[in-house]
Design a protein around this ligand. Structure first.
Ligand SMILES: *[C@@H]1O[C@H](CO)[C@@H](O)[C@H](O)[C@H]1NC(C)=O
Ligand SMILES: *[C@@H]1O[C@H](CO)[C@@H](O)[C@H](O)[C@H]1NC(C)=O
Ligand SMILES: *[C@@H]1O[C@H](CO)[C@@H](O)[C@H](O)[C@H]1NC(C)=O
Ligand SMILES: *[C@@H]1O[C@H](CO)[C@@H](O)[C@H](O)[C@H]1NC(C)=O
Ligand SMILES: *[C@@H]1O[C@H](CO)[C@@H](O)[C@H](O)[C@H]1NC(C)=O
Ligand SMILES: *[C@@H]1O[C@H](CO)[C@@H](O)[C@H](O)[C@H]1NC(C)=O
Ligand SMILES: *[C@@H]1O[C@H](CO)[C@@H](O)[C@H](O)[C@H]1NC(C)=O
Ligand SMILES: *[C@@H]1O[C@H](CO)[C@@H](O)[C@H](O)[C@H]1NC(C)=O
Ligand SMILES: *[C@@H]1O[C@H](CO)[C@@H](O)[C@H](O)[C@H]1NC(C)=O
Length: 453
């Protein structure tokens, strides 16, 4: 028996390492290509519509469209930059502003809004006077994800550009677009002149069109956004009292020798001064000291087993003292999502990039109830329960089947515990084969997704 098991394990090990190699190969490809298999077409498109020629340039409406299923832009909002192709200046703006005016000393009388070669634009805040607004402006740069609210996935501002071309032959498109949302992570392509946009009047009886239009597409890569992960997953179950915590050092290691102040204890008397200390306005999180050092932890607890159903409790905990997460979202992959029966106190929508597979759910908070995940502390968590109907052909508490395959928080992949650490069913013999078969199952799931791309 013993020899049989070890034999089996060795051959499985071989398959496993081959698969692991393939998987790592594929995932490294994905990292460099910034390709997201759960949102293959996700991008942010920036469109410039020239609405009017002026004596020395043009007036354009610039619109940012978020075409990503589950990635949003939260406060303090987007920052858009570009480099002018010639000596353009911005005379005036509506619904947005540049962060710096730059050197306008060569102008007498009328002073431009911005003379920089590489202007940086931000949205205006809510409450801006009506005479400085345009449609879809002035939301502090916050843009929702497509699934959470398609109506608020757009942001616009208007620029009046001088010292520019005044015909579609002489205008030069700006170069080198950069988008921060609000931190790094997006890469923008070159502006492409496209067919002029058409606008339909409110009564639907007249169509007008832009004089000239160009588009820029920006895509996200978690790899560019931050060097370390920002989120981890912990697991527990009613059938085993082991709590599998987040992997140690999942998002960094606690190290007050080389990096004093890399984290802060929840009961520290210096907490308040640390929160307002250096780095307050950077996007570096100030995390509570934990073994994982992650700003966000997602806990999946297999809570109850009924005859025809089973129930899971999901808790998101914020360990970041410097961030209230507004309009947060979770994306979870589990094979039982095709039989999800009820979601308590979160919004739910299935994500099905490959029509045949319905195993991925997007969950987000209910407006004014739990759509705000408060900074670390007593209120820094949100939770929900999921009720699944058992499908007898697939359902099992064995081999870690009841645990999620992948979790994203706000579009960033969360670090999972190693499969061989998952809680076991008490009567499952802890032979080597359960963890290996489990990792095989997980690898197959991932591979199936990759192959289907
Ligand atoms: C951007 O996303 C939209 C909507 O999903 C899609 O139609 C368009 O082709 C995408 N653009 C690029 C360049 O991928
Ligand atoms: C510029 O305008 C002319 C007509 O005025 C049109 O034929 C031409 O296609 C336009 N070129 C571009 C790049 O939009
Ligand atoms: C584009 O922007 C980046 C960063 O702002 C800068 O380093 C680079 O020199 C710019 N390239 C051009 C051609 O302006
Ligand atoms: C340019 O972007 C707009 C807004 O997303 C879109 O409607 C249009 O189809 C795009 N044009 C091209 C050629 O991609
Ligand atoms: C690091 O900080 C923790 C908590 O602030 C403290 O308990 C521990 O003794 C410190 N370790 C060192 C080596 O200073
Ligand atoms: C989070 O929100 C609370 C309540 O609105 C506020 O008191 C706190 O300062 C905010 N924290 C951060 C880091 O923005
Ligand atoms: C996926 O399964 C869920 C739960 O049964 C169902 O509500 C949803 O409509 C399904 N989605 C698709 C695209 O089949
Ligand atoms: C689970 O969902 C699948 C696909 O939607 C369906 O064929 C099957 O009948 C469902 N099982 C149960 C037990 O509802
Ligand atoms: C619970 O699962 C752990 C693995 O995480 C295992 O070591 C332990 O033996 C299990 N407990 C029981 C009672 O089976």
């Amino acid at each position: 028996m013993d020899t049989f098991i070890s034999f089996r394990s060795i051959s499985e090990l071989r398959i496993l390492s081959a698969l692991l190699f393939l998987f790592m190969f594929c995932s490294s490809l994905r990292l460099t290509e910034a390709y997201d298999s759960l949102d293959p077409n996700g991008n942010i498109t920036i469109k410039w519509d020239i609405m009017q020629w002026t004596a020395d340039g043009y007036v354009a409406v610039v619109t940012i469209f978020n075409y990503q299923q589950y990635r949003h832009i939260q406060a303090p909002g987007w920052t858009l930059g570009w480099t002018w192709a010639k000596k353009e200046v911005i005379w005036t703006m509506m619904g947005g502003q540049t962060t710096e005016q730059g050197d306008c000393s060569r102008f007498k009388g009328n002073t431009p809004h911005c003379c920089k070669k590489d202007p940086t634009v931000v949205d205006l805040l809510p409450g801006t006077p009506y005479n400085q607004q345009i449609a879809n402006c002035c939301k502090g740069g916050v843009i929702n994800s497509w699934v959470q609210d398609p109506a608020t996935t757009v942001s616009s501002f208007q620029v009046s550009v001088g010292q520019a071309g005044t015909t579609n032959k002489t205008v030069r498109v700006p170069k080198n677009f950069t988008l921060k949302a609000p931190g790094p992570g997006y890469t923008c392509g070159v502006a492409k002149i496209v067919k002029p946009s058409k606008f339909i009047s409110q009564d639907g009886r007249r169509t007008t069109q832009a004089l000239m239009t160009w588009n820029v597409t920006c895509t996200y890569s978690q790899f560019l956004a931050q060097k370390t992960p920002t989120c981890c997953v912990s697991l527990s179950s009613f059938y085993n009292n082991t709590i599998v915590s987040c992997p140690t050092c999942a998002c960094g290691c606690q190290n007050n020798i080389t990096e004093p102040g890399s984290c802060v204890e929840g009961d520290s008397p210096y907490l308040a001064s640390a929160i307002n200390g250096p780095g307050k306005n950077s996007f570096t999180p100030l995390v509570q000291c934990t073994s994982h050092m992650c700003p966000i932890r997602v806990h999946w607890h297999v809570k109850l087993n009924y005859k025809e159903y089973w129930r899971v409790k999901v808790t998101i905990t914020n360990f970041n003292y410097r961030m209230n997460y507004t309009q947060w979202n979770l994306v979870i992959q589990h094979p039982n999502f095709d039989n999800l029966t009820q979601v308590f106190s979160f919004n739910y929508k299935p994500l099905t990039p490959y029509a045949a597979i319905n195993d991925t759910a997007m969950l987000w908070g209910i407006k004014y109830y739990n759509d705000l995940l408060m900074a670390a502390g007593p209120y820094g968590n949100v939770q929900s329960e999921l009720l699944f109907r058992k499908d007898s052909s697939t359902f099992s508490f064995e081999k870690g089947w009841a645990f999620p395959r992948r979790i994203y928080f706000n579009g960033d992949n969360c670090v999972m515990p190693p499969p061989d650490a998952y809680p076991w069913l008490p009567n499952a013999s802890p032979v080597l084969r359960s963890p290996f078969t489990l990792s095989l199952t997980i690898l197959w799931t991932i591979l199936a997704h990759l192959l289907l791309n």
